[in-house]
Design a binder for this molecule. Sequence first.
Ligand code: F6R
Length: 642
Amino acid sequence: MTTMTARSKTDIRYKPVGQFEETRYEKIHNVIFDNSNDASIEVAEEIANLIKRKQLSDKMCVLGLATGSSPIRVYEELVRMHQEEGLSFKNVVTFNLDEYLPMDKENTQSYYFFMHEHLFNHVDILPENVHIPDGKVPSDKLVEYCLSYEKKIKDFGGLDFQLLGIGRTGHIGFNEPGSHYNSGTRVITLDHITRVDAAPAFLGIDNVPRRAITMGISTVRSAKRIILLGWGQNKADIIKKTIEGDISAHVPATYLQNHKNCTFVLDTGAGSELTRNRTPWLVRSCEWTEELTAKAMVWLCGKTKKTILSLTDKDYNDNGMADLLSLKDSYDLNIWMFNRLQHTITGWPGGKPNADDSNRPERAQPAKKRVIIFSPHPDDDVISMGGTFDRLIEQGHEVHVVYQTSGNIAVSDTDARKYAEIAKQITDSKEAQKIIDSIKEKTKSSFDSKEVRKLKGNIRRGESYVATRYLGLEDTNVHFLDLPFYETGTIKKNNLSEEDIEIMVDVIQEIKPHQIYAAGDLADPHGTHRVCLDAVFSAMERLKSEPFAKDCWLWLYRGAWHEWDINEIEMAVPMSPGQVLKKRNAIFAHQSQKDGVMFQGDDTREFWMRAEERNRDTAKRYNDLGLSDYSAMEAFVRHKFD
Ligand code: F6R
């Protein structure tokens, strides 16, 4: 199997999975790329080659196409090939997998709109060759319509190629769990998880349609070649189930195991749960780096339900780690790992003054540090590191909280109207009335006016001050950057611009921190955390020659969406039961994000519950490994700039 480092040609052609190779747990051929960009280019190239081959023999090329976030980059590349290399789509016929029901073509959420925006409007495909299920077919005509869609595919000689994404339910197209192996194009009721995943795009789950038209499993399987795209950690579990699990209607994508020319093209995140990546020692001999040893030992403790210090030779030998044992004695291994974990625990996140720091996560000097806590949204600081934040202040460091985005999109219209009405009662201002009117007039598909966005941002600012004051921080140490990339008024954000990076550089330059904390929590549903972290990296890259930057350590936190693996953690800050409550209260200050928050993600728990459970779980996992029994812990990984 291939993992790429730099972009060079990678063979994604189908190859049967080997019984004796490291892929022996796998039932579907897959290729893993370092990133989805390189992978998408390779897939686009395969499609382009197919189109050209068909052109040479004067044949039509019948493509089955998908929507969603996964294929966007593939379409971009096809458009580039058309514009710059003259790739023609005149001999291309397309059939899209699905469409919501009911759905107008003009609606920006429609798959019709999506396909035209990302592909059809930019290439020379003939409009009559484009087929997308029609979301406006009347109920009594739907069965007939679906049969005719199916027949049209057959009339064109069947699909030469099918592009797929995968939903977290394991759906392909909208074939949700329970779909039959032989199903054809039909109407389907969407799974709750699918609707939750679509909710942000529709500004709330209530606006997501309940039904859709989808090509069936049998329609998809009939394609001569299938490529399924999977990007990101969020897809890792379902990808593992699909590739390594048994064929089952509960995970419809597993039906692809029977296809003779199907390849999954993945990035490292999506492929991370496959046995050969998650537990490589079970499928091949490994190079035992310290990181891999730590990962394997934590896994071994989980598997044997033992603490580190009680692992025996037999435990190692029985679980694919005999070659590790040949390098080091189990006694030495156990002690090494125990100490490694022990040394990550500290109640002094800013360093313990006047103490030997050789085995501590942070430096003792300077005793009083300047600290920046970067928070992508106005609440990640307290959700993800409220306990550590509290300690840093208590221990006398100069703490600054820097909110990177305004977070305005996550405030509901109801909340905004409430505040505007209060303002109106107090001041009787025209501005307040304008905001009230604009919210009243807002339809499902319209965007917030500038004034409403400003008010929503101010609501989040106000909540942030409640939290930071509660933790004892001066208002002067609270900074709001309102980075421009976020201010689109829609879920879709812009790319980072020069302006964003300059704003970041300025604030870091002004504070000259010894420590930066930033969100390494990259599973947030809208990708804002990823962009905010890139902004930190870009700013630090520009500042690297500044004397202060050489002494500045960057700690990454998680918490709102997922947590670090125990073996990755480099600093674990325990919290007392009292601090857990204090953190909870600080999170409660963010009232607009409580009780039925607009962007919940797939986790139904409120943010304070997620944070508390994760922190409790981290502490329990340390304890299960044989370390002290704390009630909760926040976890950090240090990013080394080199
Ligand atoms: C889209 C489709 C769906 C998506 C799947 C993944 O036409 O049929 O099966 O491919 O829901 O969506 P993304 O790519 O947005 O994760």
